[in-house]
Every structure is written in structure tokens, then in C-alpha cells.
Design a binder for this molecule. Structure first.
Ligand code: HEM
Length: 510
């Protein structure tokens, strides 16, 4: 029992906790953002809390996010924070199982498969998948005009994996999705849970299923690569082909095994994040029928030709209409799939005073400011640091009194900009120039060298899914708007999370 926290002035304040080892796991696990808010009120924006045997220093606010996400490679390390969870699932020799410079090269290779030409082709493929899925599963193969009690998360997950496999993963994966691949995915996914994060290896059936599925999935991708090589036909222009043509700076090619593992990493990285966002989209539109109607009206305005009575096809270039864009941004502001991002400290790391400065904490009292101004802490090697963009994204000090309300219009009012964000210039991490952007209050895709590589794909996928759903259907919530389920790796809506669908008339009214 630890009743009095030892206080070393060089260390950030230690959050009071009763039970050693478990530490703050219960309060953090039940409501992480509420826990962080409570700690901020007591200790300021920089504090350390124990969690299941680890010590984690959280640096709240945009400057705190920047400190973690744009931290020096010599100090902060993502591989050591995540590899025990990701390597058994993705496989070896990729992502966090390799030194950072190799990951940066692998991200560059992936970028070759994320081209505008590919995105253009994807829009139509995604649209077809969504329509077919809804027709089959919601309207009982077209025999009904309504579908009741539809679970928003199951629907979104299935649509996400079908659309990702029809596009990014390649037609062979899409074809197998109706057969063995879905089960492999399910078993592998069973290894991507908070339990696996805390205990990477336990003698449990789910761990054995995870390992078997990883091997089989790797073999499956390798067999596709081999068949494509043997085929006289031109290979399709997709991610697999893009990866097959890449080589490291050393002149070594990517091996088939590495390609297979990168494909698994992309599948897993994109699936939960986009599926959760899609589920929140369905639920928010069920909660706000007027917003649903306005998104529909926007589709009509941009894509329906009243003279010919025809819909124009959705296209990559025109997909991002203002309200749809604002809606997706607001989804990721209020429901970021990853609200916090962690790094391991590999060299004693000073936390600059500016992270806890008055400008980072505009709403704190004068006494608090006096106490924290100019302080510089040290986080020792072996501990962890945590950025919590999900916290800053709903901080009233930054977004105003309605920060916690779901209001896509704020993006239209703000000219699609983030309050207080400054242009921090660009940085090249070896996989393309990206905006440094760490000091932003809106980072659903992270920042710095580990920033998400799938943002554009996710926007194409989510934008097309939402536009297609809104054009052809109307739906309402079956129960009050659900709360957050924090027991999974990604924040999901709690069950029940059902909606009831009605098919829209084929033609909008003139
Ligand atoms: C990294 C969010 C979709 C692939 C990240 C990170 C975030 C994020 C926050 C940074 C992790 C960190 O710094 O620790 C999201 C969200 C998505 C999404 C909100 C959808 C709404 C995707 C998709 C793909 C993808 C579709 C693949 C096509 C990756 C990869 C990384 C990454 C490869 C890099 C990891 C690294 O460099 O350490 N994502 N992601 N993501 N994401 Fe995404």
C-alpha cells in the first residue's frame, strides 16, 4: 500500500494510488479521459501514474503531445512500447520489430501503393461493396424495404473489411474473404486485445489461435505473390504489386515474408480504426436525423442532375464535400479511435518547462502557475510517456464551452481549421514530407515519424461509405446514443448500438 507518494522535485508529481502494481489501472481503464482530467486538476498537465507495473508520465495539451510525438529518437521509442503486442500479430521483420530507420523505409514503400490513381479506382469499388452489403444483410437480399435492429459496429466492421480487401488488399484477398480468410482474420484479431498488451504470451487457446492464424495468413499472402509472379498476365496496380517492386537503400529487396507481414499490419492498423469511426458515423447520424438530411441534401446538390434525373458517380476528386468533410473531422475529434499514444523512454529525458507553461494551461489559477512555471522534470529511462490527443480534442480551454458536444458545423464556422494551430512547417522522415503538426489540439492521426500513413485511404473509405449510405438509406437509433467501451484496444460504442434502416426512394424530389 502506498499512501504517501515519494516526492523527488526532479520527477513529475506521482498520482496518488492505493494498490501497488495495479496502480491506477481501474480508474484509467474505466474512463481514461476522465482520469486524465482529474489528474490535471490535481497535479497540472505533467504527472506520472503507475499502471500494471509500468510508470507512465502523461504530458497533456498540444505542447505535451508535441513533446512525445516529435520527441528525439535518442529519448523516445515506439518500438519498445508496442512490439510485444504487434509483432505476434503482424509478424517479424516489419513495423516495430525493426529499427526505426527500417520502418521509415517500409512506410515509404507503402506510400507507393497509396497513389491518387489507386484512390480513384477505389471509390467505385467501395461503393459497390457498400450497396451489396446493405442490400444483402439489411434488406434481406432486396426482399425488404426496412431493416430493424442492425448493430452499427458489426455492420461497420464488415463493410470496412470488405471494402479494404476489395481495394487495398487485392482482389485475391477479397475473394477469400467469403471463405477462409475471414476466420483467419478473426483468430488473429483475437490476439490484439488489452490482455495481449499486458501479457504478450500466455498458455491460452486464444494465443495459440493467434499464432496459427498469423502463420497461415502469411502463407496466404506469399502464395498470392507466387501466383502473380507465375501468371503471364500483367499484375494489378495495387499495394501488393507496389511492394513487390521495392528495395531498401542497402539494395536488398523486400522479401515475400516481409511483404506478407506489411499487408497484415495494414489490414490490422486500418480495420479497427476505420470500423470504429464508421460505427460512430452511423450512430451519430441515427441520433441527428437533421444532420443526416443535410448530408443527403449536400449529395443532391453536388451529385444529382435535376435535368436528367441521374446521380453522378462519386469520384475521388469531388468526394470531399464541405459538410461531409466536417462530419468526418468531428467524428475523429469526438471519437478518436486512439485517444492516447505511448512511447518508451530509452535515455533519461528532460520534460521541457514549456510543456507545463501557463500558455499550455491557460485556465489554471495564478497559484498553480507560480508553482509550475519554469519547472523542468526528468523522466528516467525504462519508464513511458503518454500523449493524449483525445484529451486535447475535447478541451474546453481550446475548443470553447461546447467542446464536448458533437457539432460538425464548428468546422464550417472555423474554415475547417483547428483553433490556435500554427503552421509548424514540414519534416521529411524518409517516407514523404508531412506537416510536423505536433503542437496541434487535433491529432487523430498522430504526428511526427510515426504519424498514420493511412489517413488519405481512411478518408476515401469513410467518405465513400458514408456518402453511399446517406444517398440510399435513412436510419434512426433504436436506443439512446451509446457510451464508450474502453475495454478494447480501440474506443468502441457500447452495446446495444442498434439502428433501423429504411430504403430511400430511388430519385430525390425535384
Ligand atoms: C499510425 C490513427 C487508419 C496504417 C497511426 C497513428 C494514429 C493512427 C493515431 C499513430 C500511432 C502512434 O503514433 O503511436 C488512425 C485512424 C485511422 C487510421 C484514426 C482511421 C480512421 C489507418 C489505415 C491504415 C493505417 C487505413 C492502413 C492503410 C497506419 C500505419 C501507422 C499508423 C502503418 C504507422 C505506425 C508507425 O509509424 O509507428 N494511425 N489510423 N492507419 N497507421 Fe493509422
Amino acid at each position: 500500500w502506498q499512501l504517501v507518494a515519494p516526492r523527488d522535485p526532479k520527477r513529475p508529481p506521482l498520482v496518488f494510488h492505493y494498490v501497488p502494481v495495479i496502480g491506477c489501472a481501474v480508474s484509467y481503464g474505466m474512463d481514461p479521459l476522465g482520469f486524465l482530467d482529474d489528474c490535471r486538476k490535481r497535479y497540472g498537465p505533467v504527472f506520472t501514474y503507475p499502471l500494471l507495473g509500468r510508470r507512465i508520465t502523461c504530458t497533456l495539451g498540444p505542447l505535451g503531445s508535441n513533446f512525445v510525438l516529435n520527441g528525439k529518437l535518442a529519448h523516445v521509442n515506439a518500438e519498445e512500447a508496442y512490439t510485444h503486442l504487434t509483432t505476434p500479430v503482424f509478424g517479424t521483420e516489419v513495423v516495430y520489430d525493426v529499427p526505426n530507420h527500417v520502418l521509415m523505409e517500409q512506410k515509404k514503400f507503402v506510400k507507393f501503393g497509396l497513389t491518387t490513381d489507386n484512390f480513384r479506382r477505389y471509390v467505385g469499388l467501395i461503393r459497390t461493396e457498400v450497396r451489396d452489403y446493405i442490400n444483402k444483410h439489411v434488406y434481406a437480399d432486396g426482399s425488404k424495404q426496412t431493416g430493424k435492429g442492425v448493430d452499427a459496429f458489426t455492420t461497420s466492421s464488415e463493410i470496412t473489411i470488405l471494402t479494404a480487401s476489395a481495394t487495398l488488399q487485392g482482389h485475391e484477398v477479397r475473394a477469400a474473404m467469403d471463405k477462409s480468410f475471414a476466420q483467419l482474420y478473426h483468430d488473429l484479431d483475437g490476439g490484439f486485445t488489452p490482455l495481449n498488451f499486458v501479457f504478450p504470451n500466455l498458455p491460452l487457446p486464444s494465443y495459440r489461435r493467434r499464432d496459427r492464424a498469423q502463420l497461415k495468413m502469411r502463407e496466404f499472402y506469399i502464395s498470392i505473390l507466387q501466383k502473380r509472379r507465375e501468371s503471364p498476365e500483367e499484375p494489378p496496380l495495387d499495394m501488393l504489386t507496389a511492394l513487390q517492386n521495392q528495395q531498401y537503400k542497402t539494395g536488398e529487396p523486400l522479401t515475400d515474408k516481409q511483404i506478407a507481414h506489411i499487408m497484415i499490419a495494414l489490414l490490422m492498423a486500418g480495420q479497427h480504426t476505420s470500423a470504429a469511426t464508421g460505427a460512430w458515423a452511423i450512430l451519430r447520424l441515427g441520433q441527428f436525423p437533421d444532420l443526416q438530411q443535410r448530408l443527403y441534401d449536400e449529395q443532391v446538390e453536388h451529385f444529382y442532375d435535376q435535368a436528367t434525373g441521374e446521380w453522378t458517380d462519386l469520384e475521388y476528386e469531388t468526394l470531399q464535400t464541405p459538410l461531409l468533410m466536417a462530419f468526418i473531422k468531428e467524428l475523429l475529434r469526438c471519437h478518436p479511435p486512439l485517444h492516447s499514444l505511448m512511447r518508451k523512454i530509452i535515455l533519461d529525458c528532460p520534460v521541457p518547462g514549456s510543456v507545463g507553461s501557463p500558455s499550455a494551461e491557460p485556465n489554471q489559477s495564478a497559484a498553480w502557475r507560480k508553482r509550475t512555471e519554469g519547472i523542468e522534470y526528468v523522466v528516467p529511462r525504462g519508464e513511458f510517456v503518454l500523449a493524449a490527443p483525445g484529451y486535447s480534442q475535447v478541451d474546453e480551454g481550446i475548443w470553447g464551452p461546447d467542446a464536448k458536444e458533437f457539432r460538425p458545423e464548428r468546422w464550417l464556422d472555423q474554415g475547417q481549421k483547428v483553433p490556435g494551430e500554427e503552421d509548424e512547417g514540414e519534416e521529411d522522415y524518409g517516407w514523404g514530407k508531412i506537416s510536423k503538426g505536433g503542437k496541434s489540439a487535433y491529432l487523430p492521426f498522430g504526428a511526427g515519424r510515426h504519424r498514420c500513413i493511412g489517413e488519405q485511404f481512411a478518408n476515401v473509405q469513410l467518405g465513400t461509405i458514408i456518402a453511399t449510405l446517406v444517398r440510399e438509406n435513412q436510419w434512426t437509433l433504436d436506443q439512446p446514443f451509446p457510451g464508450n467501451d474502453y475495454t478494447t484496444m480501440i474506443v468502441m460504442p457500447q452495446a446495444p448500438r442498434n439502428v433501423s434502416f429504411t430504403r430511400r426512394a430511388a430519385q430525390p424530389k425535384a
